[in-house]
Design a protein around this ligand. Sequence first.
Ligand SMILES: O=C(O)CCC(=O)C(=O)O
Ligand SMILES: [Fe+2]
Length: 277
Amino acid sequence: MTTATVATDHRLSDDQMASFVINGYHILKPDLRTGLNQEIYDALDAMSTNPGDGVLEAVPQLNQVWNSPEMVGALTSLLGPDYEMFPHRHCHRNAPGTPSQQIHQDNLNDLRIDGGQIRQPDRIDLILAMYYPQDVTSNMGPTLILPGTHVLQALPERMASQGNFRDQVIATVEAGSVVILHYDIWHAGTANTSKTVRYMLKFLFQRTSNPSVPSWNHDPSSDASIRRRLESENPMSMQRGLSAKQRHLRTRMWNRLAGDQALDLSYHDKWVGGSWN
Ligand SMILES: O=C(O)CCC(=O)C(=O)O
Ligand SMILES: [Fe+2]
């Protein structure tokens, strides 16, 4: 009984969940059947136009990626067991010569207002999943991620001129990998200077209910070490005030994921003169 559960349970561990809450991303490589990545690559390469949201119907083998136990386990952990696939999706075809994107958020680039109150970015409601059917080496336009930025607000107009951050992560990956991102994280596609087309399939998944219990593989005995991680890790070096805000928001995010609904009452929390009210 126990063995069967362990063998089939791909939910994230406490440490993997904490890493996501701190860094805003998780990379996994599902155990896909031999040949599937190439089949998908060939099907994409044979398309004469981009089918937009219709890419799942055009290449139904993609369902095997999204339905893999590793994907279902990770998405269940992050969004709860009743998560849903979002109807918007996109196939990114980066041909040789494609330049870098600006670093950006896919989500709304502004403060969330909810019932007239500022809503803190302290939840995981939407996940962006990027699947790469071929290896992505450093010159093929890998996705760039700014770890920890999913809890920060920034003006896109200001970010437009920014690049080459010291702690940026360049997600070079093997064929079949999926980069799972918090929807608010700052990221960009980089330049493809190789001679190979890089495909990336972007899909969105959404939470449909608020968490009431941890939906990952939770072990209460790790609570103290997780708290220490949430309060001390610094994925991108930044000024002290911002690090404090980041730590505050991710502790709230963790509590909310663990089922602390009392937090719903405190949308109006705000940063005032160096402390949280
Ligand atoms: O191509 C990539 O790696 C990222 C694409 C992206 O972030 C976007 O188009 O919004
Ligand atoms: Fe994007």
